[in-house]
Every structure is written in structure tokens, then in C-alpha cells.
Design a protein around this ligand. Structure first.
Ligand code: ATP
Length: 257
């Protein structure tokens, strides 16, 4: 059974067809790259999968269940997590609290436990801190746990975002430009990180990225969009040599490294 199956998905904003008859199947353990020029519809696909937008037409199935049109919190509960193009952290809070905050909606104590600091409250808080620290260790951020998120270097902030996404225990992770603004050494580290978390947390990954070195090195398969539609799919090598893809990028300033 596929982890994700998108069938004939469309989204219109007034007269603009941001996504037009989009189809995609992701099998367990795949890392697939979604690429295309600016405005192609990539982020709209993420917003549709995660329930931020309701589709104009089409369906989205996750692990065999129809999740089309469900609200974002329900989709997150089923096991889909994402990061955003623009980093979204509680910058004034510590690194640890940024991850702990993700656990709190699922915490198992009530208002009175919290008020009276009962043993149940203390045990749950200890569990949440332990789980959050485990994630920070996996992402090599444990030594910065008590630092304010704002003080982290850009690459570390991106890793913290990923830690927050993983705290929801996803099966499918959607990464929106995780290597944006990174230098080649940082991109290489991000490639290694995504490979590592994919194995460690048994993830399937769909990734939007403009950094071609990232998608070329990391993804087994690429899906190329332009004007809301898929214009090509294939291995990185096939895509690199595909004239339709080169044409979509040419004149729009993108380069295939
Ligand atoms: N909420 C919205 N209201 C109106 N138009 C929108 C909305 N969201 C996206 N669009 C439009 O839909 C089209 C696709 O946008 P989208 O952000 O999905 O592209 P993208 O491929 O992610 O681009 P980029 O690589 O620049 O992030 C664009 O023309 C955009 O202006």
C-alpha cells in the first residue's frame, strides 16, 4: 500500500489554477523531490496534503485512508509532518522548549494535575523532556538545549524545525526547501541529515528544493512541476537531461548544477 496517493488533485485561486490534475504516489521509505520554477505550485501541494488548503477537485489518501479535506490537526495526528519555507520557531524560547511545545497537545495530565504538581504531572513532564532531548540528540542539538532558538545559527534553526516536525511521530515528512540559503558544506550536511533521520525514524520523505545539489544527491525520484502540472518524472539523471525540464527552467534564472 502506498504511503501517499494523490489523485487528480486541483486547486484554483479564483481564475488561477495553482495545481491542475496532479497525481503522485509515494511508497514507504522513498525520498522524492518536488521541483520546478517559482510559482509552479509546489508549496500549494504541501498545503493541500497538510489540510491548510481544501482542494477544488481530487483526492489524497494516506496509508490507505482518505484524508482529503481533513483539518490540519487531524492530518498531523495521522502521521504527516512538515517544515516551512520560512523558519517558524518560538525564537524567544529555548531549543528544548521549542520541541517540548509540540508534545503538549498530546500530554496526559489535566488542569488540576498541573495546578497541584501531582506525581502524574511530574512523570509526564519528565517523559516529554526525555523524548524532546532524544530528538535533539538525534539532530545533534542537545548541547544547545538551553540556548534561545534565536541564538542558533541558520543551519541549526533548520535542524530544530525538523526536530519539531519529528516530535509528532510522522510516517511522512514534508520538507519545504530545507537547504534554502545554505552554502555547499551545509547542503552536504543537510543531505546526510535527511538520509539519517529517514532511516532512524522510518520515514517517507517528500522534499521541495531549489538547491539542485541537494535533490540530485538525495532523491531517488524527482517530480517536476510547472504551471500547476507535472511536466516530468524520473531519476535525477533522467531529469537533468530532460529537454522539457531544461526549457521550463531556462529564462527563469534557475540552473541545473
Ligand atoms: N493563498 C493563495 N491565494 C492566491 N494565490 C495563491 C495562494 N497560494 C499560492 N497562490 C498562487 O499559486 C501559484 C503557485 O504557488 P506556490 O507557492 O504553490 O508555488 P511554488 O512552486 O511553491 O513557488 P516557490 O518555489 O516560489 O515557493 C502562484 O501563482 C501563487 O501566487
Amino acid at each position: 500500500m502506498p504511503v501517499l496517493e494523490i489523485s487528480n488533485l486541483s486547486k484554483a485561486f479564483g481564475g488561477l489554477k495553482a495545481v491542475n490534475n496532479f497525481n503522485l504516489r509515494l511508497d514507504e521509505g522513498e525520498i522524492v523531490g518536488l521541483i520546478g520554477p517559482n510559482g509552479a505550485g509546489k508549496t500549494t501541494i504541501f498545503n493541500l496534503i497538510t489540510g491548510l488548503y481544501k482542494p477544488t477537485a481530487g483526492t489524497i489518501h494516506f496509508c490507505g485512508e482518505d484524508i482529503t479535506g481533513l483539518p490540519p490537526f487531524k492530518i498531523s495526528q495521522r502521521g504527516i509532518a512538515r517544515t516551512f519555507q520560512n523558519i517558524r520557531l518560538f525564537k524567544g524560547n529555548t531549543v528544548l522548549d521549542n520541541v517540548r511545545a509540540v508534545f503538549h497537545p498530546r500530554i496526559k495530565y489535566n488542569f488540576f494535575d498541573a495546578l497541584l504538581r501531582t506525581p502524574r504531572y511530574n512523570a509526564e513532564e519528565a517523559r516529554v523532556t526525555r523524548e524532546a532531548m532524544e530528538l535533539l540528540e538525534a539532530l545533534n542539538l542537545a548541547h544547545r538545549a538551553n540556548e534561545k532558538a534565536a541564538n542558533l545559527a541558520y543551519g541549526d534553526q533548520r535542524r530544530l524545525e525538523i526536530a519539531r516536525a519529528l516530535a509528532t511521530h510522522p510516517k511522512l515528512l514534508l520538507l519545504d526547501e530545507p537547504a534554502a540559503g545554505m552554502n555547499p558544506a551545509e547542503v552536504k550536511r543537510m543531505v546526510e541529515l535527511v538520509r539519517y533521520i529517514k532511516e532512524r525514524f522510518k520515514l517517507t520523505v517528500l522534499l521541495i528544493e531549489h538547491q539542485m545539489s541537494m535533490v540530485m544527491n538525495l532523491c531517488e525520484r524527482l517530480v517536476v512541476m510547472d504551471f500547476g502540472q507535472i511536466i516530468a518524472t524520473g531519476t535525477p539523471l533522467e531529469i537533468r537531461n530532460n529537454p522539457v525540464v531544461l526549457e521550463a527552467y531556462l529564462g527563469k534564472g534557475a540552473t541545473v548544477a
